[in-house]
Design a protein around this ligand. Sequence first.
Ligand code: PLP
Length: 482
Amino acid sequence: MSVYDEDANLVHGAASISSGSMPASPSRADVARLLPSVDELLKREPLASAQSQLGHEIALRAARRVLQRQREVILGSAATASPRDDIEALAQDAADLAWQAVTPSLQPVINATGVVIHTNLGRVPLCQPAIDAMAKLAGGYTNLEFDLNSGGRGDRQDHVQETLREVLGVEAAVVVNNNASAVLLALTALARGKEVIVSRGQAVEIGGGFRIPDVMRRSGAKLVEVGTTNRTYLRDYETAIGERTAALMRVHASNFRVIGFTAGVEIEEVARLARERRLLAIDDLGSGSLIDTSQFELIREPMVQHSVAAGVDVICFSGDKLLGGPQAGIIAGRREPVERCKRDPLMRAMRTDKLTMAALQATLLEYLKGRALETLPVWRMISAPLDALRRRAEAWAAQLPGSDTVAGRSAVGGGSLPQETLPTVLLRLPRQGSPQRQLAALRRCRPAIIARVQDDAVVLDPRTVQPAEEATLLSGISSVIS
Ligand SMILES: *Cc1c(COP(=O)(O)O)cnc(C)c1O
């Protein structure tokens, strides 16, 4: 499994459970004899304290669950674990469970993997203005759908739409929960019951089960594939246009690349053909960068401004990939088709809340002010100079006996720029036991530290660690390697 595989599951360390002495094949009577009663368990520390602090109900549920699990373990129906051998251990388990029940499971982690857009870790950190905007609005009422001039009803889409018009020069825009929704909404509103022409090389699966042919079917549009997997020409689109054609669509093959004997059609040509034939040009850009990634020695991720200039009618892109904002999907382009998306009944099921709108608008304003490279974590991380990364990794190593630094590669991740990596300098921990055990110990830190393995050693990439996290990171690592 590669750290660059955005949808790879994180590996969890198996909890070790002490083994007790049990009959070889216990009967139900053995089980009854071996188990304490719920009341007995509730009187034992630390469950008794948990009960007095958290209340009877929570402690009781935890005690019952622990006893039930013990019963299953003894009877052999629970696959791997061996039973706890004393009531103290059971009381401890139940107390842990009770506290766990009242602790939010969603928690901050430190991403030291070097994968900048890490879908398993919530994609990208927000910029400070976005965090401030959310904090400012979260606890009170807002003018989300209220026009402060007229005192009448407003439209929640107007706030971000105005900013997107400024930033992109588009006529209209609408924001939904993610780009998957944006594509589904655009196809439903604009091509339901009609045909949409897509290059065969772009009828792809983006990841997380998002497949263009399936989304197309759901929208009620009919996918017409043209060309071959590796080569598609403009004439392929031309010959496929018929009575029922509603749109020509480009899908950016975000997370893979076809190399060698290939040919594609530029978005300008697709948009021009659509215009000539009075059809819509729809562009699913995926990441949709507003900044030219080629300045960081990466290949150029298709830019939203480029599609706007090419005359695409409807552009769909994510808010939380290279844009660097909150989870959102944006549909931007010409007024008439975007308005049709807004009026579609599906829109109501996909609308975002005030906090997303606030964070997205604040993020877009950083682009408008020309500060995105400095203030957005995603761009600060991608543009971090190698020297600065080396200095940080070396400073960490100096504080952690037995560790050193080693050259490595960071990834952009999130299905953007596949195979493209950035040079970095990694902190390498001393080899103590298996790397998997070290990784598991780092994950038990709070906040959890997520690292990776390179050449049998645990390594941590400064690129994705934010300066404010450094002190906690270093004390966490110290506790693991000492
Ligand atoms: C990522 C991606 C999507 C899905 O976007 P989400 O914001 O994850 O819902 C759709 N299309 C393309 C081309 C993508 O890269």
